[in-house]
Design a binder for this molecule. Structure first.
Ligand SMILES: Cc1cc2nc3c(=O)[nH]c(=O)nc-3n(C[C@H](O)[C@H](O)[C@H](O)COP(=O)(O)OP(=O)(O)OC[C@H]3O[C@@H](n4cnc5c(N)ncnc54)[C@H](O)[C@@H]3O)c2cc1C
Length: 385
């Protein structure tokens, strides 16, 4: 087992950190305050090759491994979790779905622009009435000649009002349950494709989240991804891979909280000494560092299993579960270490806490991760190989 990053991975980490310091950190408070999605910055991230880092070179990707993509998402989330979430959804969900399951014609048509950041993707599964139980969706795709007609609405979609390419799950056979779900590519500008009201959120203000509405949207039958009825199986695999990225995303937030809290603790003086001298503060920092390191190890393991072509679903759920709870715990403790200054918007630490909460909800809640882990444990037994 190798715990060292490769030279290439170190370079990616350093380049993302440099970009984050210069292009994100100074502006993140304003994007949060003004609820602004900085599309030009995401385009720059694409131009630098970060959005395609782990995709095949033939479509303009970097051909690197899964951990390299995690390093990108972690490094962006360290500075702005909203931008990082928009990039993670674009990479792992929409681009990932197309790269893994779409026909060659679709890959060559969409991926080069998506990986370069010229086109943004959104992945539409959740509906107003169906979240954890995604197969209970009611959006329909009815075939008529060479087209499918889509009707329904999708909820909480990242990049939902700004995307160019939508991967949409819809029922082609309403009576068939999970086997009736199919996946489609829908392009921006399609007649009948629109957005509902603006969704106001607790955090992640620099990430666009929208309701996406389909009113008699005609989609050519060739835009079906894979076979009719394969959409749900595809979705489960896309989410498994996505969870490795979300684990990295949560680690980035937790690391930001820890670094800011450690810096503040060394500066802030009470009772004639730096608060970092108090054991109560040191223990919180020690626990943050330990949980972050453990999250990273779980994430590396899931990424390594995936790249070796082995089953990685349980490992990805463990990484996502542990990293999410680490992010939430660490950001709450970071606010505590900052005292009153942690509670006000002058410093970014309260933003980290608001942003972190989504990690326990998106791409499968913590309860759903525990269900997946327990189901696998009870079916296959435990092995730490
Ligand atoms: C900012 C943001 C961005 C998002 N981006 C996207 C996106 O890009 N694409 C997309 O498709 N979706 C997206 N989502 C949706 C997200 O994936 C869902 O919110 C999430 O899967 C949970 O679904 P739900 O909100 O319907 O909650 P519900 O499923 O209604 O869950 C409510 C509560 O019940 C619990 N629960 C549900 N079932 C069980 C069970 N069997 N056992 C125990 N507890 C259970 C849950 O854990 C939770 O605590 C996003 C959401 C947000 C907030």
């Amino acid at each position: 087992m190798d715990f060292e990053l490769t030279e290439e991975q170190r370079q990616i980490r350093a380049t993302v950190a440099d970009f984050g310091e210069r292009e994100i950190k100074p502006h993140a408070p304003r994007w949060d305050r003004e609820e602004l999605f900085p599309r030009a910055v995401v385009q720059k991230i694409g131009k630098l090759g970060f959005l395609g880092v782990a995709f095949p070179e033939q479509y303009g990707g970097g051909g690197a491994d899964t951990l390299s993509q995690v390093i990108v998402v972690e490094g962006l989330a360290r500075y702005d979790a909203g931008i990082a979430l928009s990039c993670a959804a674009h990479m792992s969900l929409s681009s990932g779905h197309i790269a893994t399951f779409a026909a060659e014609e679709h890959r060559t048509r969409y991926l080069p622009d998506m990986l370069a950041g010229r086109k943004l993707g959104a992945w539409c599964l959740t509906e107003p009435g169906s979240g954890s139980d995604a197969a209970a969706m009611i959006t329909r795709a009815v075939r008529s000649g060479d087209d499918f007609t889509l009707n329904g609405s999708k909820m909480f979609i990242t990049n939902g009002s700004v995307a160019d390419v939508y991967v949409v799950m819809a029922l082609t056979d309403a009576g068939a349950g999970r086997s009736g779900v199919s996946a489609f590519i829908v392009e921006r500008g399609s007649a009948g494709l629109g957005n509902g009201r603006k969704i106001e959120k607790l955090g992640l203000h620099s990430s666009d989240t929208a309701e996406v509405i389909f009113e008699n949207v005609e989609v050519p039958a060739r835009n079906l991804i894979g076979e009719p009825g394969a959409g749900y199986r595809q979705t489960l695999q896309v989410l498994e891979a996505g969870r490795i990225g979300i684990a990295g995303w949560a680690i980035g937030i937790a690391r930001g909280a820890m670094e800011d809290a450690a810096g503040y603790a060394k500066e802030r003086r009470q009772f004639g000494q730096a608060i970092a001298d108090f054991q109560a503060i040191q223990w919180m920092l020690a626990d943050m560092a330990t949980r972050i390191e453990a999250s990273w190890m779980l994430t590396c393991r899931a990424a390594a299993l995936k790249d070796r072509g082995l089953a990685f679903g349980r490992a990805a759920s463990m990484a996502k579960l542990f990293a999410s709870e680490t992010a939430m715990w660490s950001t709450i403790k970071a606010v505590q270490i900052h005292g009153g200054y942690g509670y006000v918007t002058e410093l970014p630490v309260e933003r980290y806490m608001r942003d972190a909460k989504l990690s326990e909800i998106g791409e499968g809640t913590s309860e759903v991760q525990r269900l997946i882990i327990a189901k696998s444990l009870l079916r296959d037994g435990y092995s730490a190989e």
